[in-house]
Design a protein around this ligand. Structure first.
Ligand code: GLC
Length: 425
């Protein structure tokens, strides 16, 4: 019998089991290191039952911050041969062995949520972490803008590795000289749920390029053929700026610089509007061409405080079209693939961010529906990395930290509402 209490207990156990003594791995085996945005979700999960542990997660993340402000997407605290590409492939010189790219900056957003759970002791933590967040946000503003929208320099930087958003920009790369390598991901999970070899050759080629340029941002700006203005980074950073401002005010810091960043990104977000498809879309910064993709990242607009009537219409259509939304790709798109990672499956973490935005926008009916769909996927199919939007079946890795975290913080709140559907009881 599945009960709310039983699911809460399992979720807490997953977080505790994936804790490596201060930082949390996304899941044992497939992802044995500290991932940037996974960590912020983990902190949110821990904050529901152990705020002290939640703060620790942020300190461990910022241990890896580079001198230029960048916070890497993976920190290799302890080498593990089960993951490729490891620290030897990235060849970085940060304070902790790491990757050379970043990831969606959701830390400030979740830090604010942790602060709300721990308003007294939390302020001292915010005071200590605030300058680090400022430096990281500034790094994005200095190096990653195109017409005010935030660009990815590697698909992994968006956190949506093989999303169709990158297809055209990836096709322009000829991964010549990439050499032989052995993937590890497909020894942990079914290859049909993972990116293809075509994708991987280009992922590794881009890593080799960054390494050959010593991860120098000015050189990368000039030489990297892959530069795509991305809704994930633009919307999460815009939201993170707003949350950082609130925390800055709470500790009496000067927040005027953040105001100017917000103005820049508000204008930049508009440049992601693809009138033809009628959605916020990824845009190739080199060619100006849109991807033509309505993804789950398009729906992060409300998280950033940006609304559009056509986005509301897409949301209504998609929530009615599949039982376990929101799929990472519009199910009406010809490339939709219900099981392949970021080309169709539903991700509980993206739903959580979208849900925050819907709640803030006052779209409570849609927020409740999305939370209920997410709740049902987890209650019926477990704490999977992601889910098939058509039948809810679990895909990718299991016992996943961020799925457990968002159950505790967000999705589990719908348990009572879905009880009469025989999901729980
Ligand atoms: C995959 C996901 C990425 C996530 C990582 C660890 O690479 O695409 O978003 O951070 O796994 O869970």
């Amino acid at each position: 019998m599945t009960t709310k209490q039983g699911l809460d207990d399992r979720a807490r156990r997953i977080l505790t089991q994936n804790d490596r003594g201060g930082y949390t791995v996304p899941t044992d085996g497939l992802y044995p290191y500290q991932w940037n945005w996974d960590s912020a979700f983990a902190a949110y999960g821990f904050a529901q039952f152990d705020t002290a542990r939640a703060w620790q997660e942020f300190y461990w993340l910022f241990k890896g911050q580079w001198d230029d402000g960048m916070v890497p997407h993976i920190l290799f605290h302890r080498t593990d041969p089960g993951y490729f590409p490891g620290p030897d492939v990235w060849g970085c010189n940060g304070p902790i062995p790491s990757s050379g790219i970043s990831q969606p900056p959701v830390a400030a957003t979740f830090m604010r949520k942790v602060l709300e759970k721990d308003p007294q002791a939390g302020l001292a933590h915010v005071a200590e972490l605030f300058p680090k967040l400022m430096a990281w946000h500034k790094w994005f503003m200095d190096w990653r803008l195109d017409r005010g929208a935030v660009c990815v320099t590697h698909p992994w930087e968006a956190g949506r590795d093989n999303a169709p958003d990158w297809d055209k920009a990836m096709a322009a790369i000829d991964p010549v000289g990439v050499g032989e390598y052995t993937r590890r991901d497909t020894s942990h999970v079914d290859a049909s749920m993972r990116p293809t070899k075509y994708d991987y050759d280009r992922y590794i080629w881009l890593v080799q390029l960054g390494r050959s340029l010593n991860w120098d941002q000015a050189a990368l700006l000039e030489k990297n053929p892959f530069r795509v203005a991305d809704p994930t980074l633009t919307f999460t950073l815009l939201r993170a700026h707003r949350d950082l401002k609130v925390m800055g005010q709470a500790i009496g810091a000067d927040t005027s610089l953040i105001d100017s960043w917000i103005t820049t990104l508000e204008a930049g977000a508009k440049t992601l509007w693809n009138e033809e498809v009628g959605c916020f879309d990824a845009r190739n910064a080199h060619t100006g061409e849109f991807s033509g993709v309505l993804s789950n990242a398009s729906f992060l607009c409300w998280l950033a405080g940006v609304d559009h009537p056509r986005m509301r219409a897409h949301l209504t259509r998609i929530l009615a079209a599949v039982p376990y939304g929101i799929p990472s790709l519009d199910p009406a798109h010809p490339e939709f693939d219900a099981k392949r990672y970021w080309r169709g499956p539903t991700w509980a973490v993206m739903n959580t961010l979208i849900g925050f935005g819907l709640e803030d926008e006052g779209l409570t009916g849609e927020a409740d529906e999305l939370r209920a769909q997410t709740c049902k996927a987890i209650a019926r199919h477990g704490f999977a990395e992601y889910f098939d939007p058509l039948d809810g079946s679990p895909a990718g890795g299991g016992s996943f930290t961020w799925t457990a975290a968002v159950w505790l913080g967000w999705a589990g709140r719908s348990a009572a509402a879905v009880e009469n559907e025989g999901v729980l009881g």
